[in-house]
Design a protein around this ligand. Structure first.
Ligand code: FE2
Ligand code: FE2
Length: 279
């Protein structure tokens, strides 16, 4: 699996066509979301520490988690570099410190908060589904050529990360025999967590709020999500739904996909209306 990460030379920041940057094509609302995403991505090593703690007796998976985290950190660096080009006043280091001072991951957890290693891997698949869809949508929507190139690279990585966790999920399913219902519950809880968890709202706050502002989860969660979902189109939702269904052991394409895609599109349209009202 580690070889899979290294098989093809991974892109670097030097591969990004920085000279093509066009300030006139920067969408200020997208810039806010990119700054927040840079925080979360750059914090990847803490996630890897958490995963190594949970999978303490699986050195093979620990290697995968460490390699994965380095790619996530690189995503953070690329997004931060673009945000600094688009907004030279953006102080990434100061914002990142503000983020990590206020948001902590339980890096020394001895077991998964998802109840089992299988549950943890289902949850990782859900997260990579979200990031893969997010960067794919942002790539399609962005008119700024450098951001488009960065998102193309990141979206491909996120899809490969999904596959990495999915392959390990299949391995753990044979060991732990966690049923489909249990996996489905983990997935639902992880999706619902996006509303209850502080990670993205706090990242949005740390990257965008002025020094006098006070953190309010509901306010910053809404600010983040309505901007993050603005780029989604039906095919992004459909593909994301298929990836999630596959992770819980259900048929990825079929009636359930069609129903959940309709539901997802309705939810996103509602978020987009909120953005229009806020604007
Ligand atoms: Fe990432
Ligand atoms: Fe990822």
């Amino acid at each position: 699996m580690q070889q899979e990460l290294a098989r093809k030379r991974h892109w670097t920041l030097a591969d990004i066509p920085w000279r093509q940057f066009d300030a006139t094509r920067v969408d200020p609302e997208v810039l806010k979301v990119v700054k927040a995403a840079a925080m979360v991505e750059h914090n990847g090593r803490d996630y890897s520490a958490y995963l190594c703690s949970v999978f303490h007796d699986d050195p093979e998976f620990q290697d995968v988690a460490r390699g994965w985290a380095e790619e996530e950190v690189q995503h953070g660096k690329a997004l931060a570099a673009w945000a600094c080009l688009a907004d030279p006043a953006f102080d990434f280091e100061a914002s990142f410190k503000r983020f990590t001072d206020g948001y902590k991951i339980p890096v020394d957890a001895k077991s998964s908060v998802r109840g089992s290693c299988t549950g943890e891997l289902v949850s990782r698949c859900i997260v990579e589904t979200g990031t893969s869809s997010f960067y794919g949508a942002l790539m399609d929507a962005s008119e700024e050529p450098v951001l488009k190139a960065i998102c193309r690279n990141i979206a491909a990585d996120e899809h490969r990360h999904y596959k990495l966790f999915y392959d390990n999920l299949r391995r753990y399913l044979k060991l732990e025999k966690v049923g489909r219902w249990e996996r489905l519950l983990v997935a639902i809880r992880r999706i619902r967590e996006s509303d209850d968890d502080d990670e993205l709202p706090y990242a949005y706050f740390a990257a965008n709020a002025g020094p006098e502002a006070r953190y309010d989860r509901r306010r910053y969660a809404a600010a983040y999500s309505c901007r993050a979902f603005a780029s989604y189109r039906k095919h992004h939702v459909q593909r994301g739904v298929a990836m999630m269904l596959k992770a819980v052991g259900l048929s990825p394409n079929g009636r359930l996909n069609a129903l959940l895609t309709r539901l997802g599109c309705w939810f996103i349209a509602r978020q987009n209306r909120k953005l229009a009202v806020a604007a």
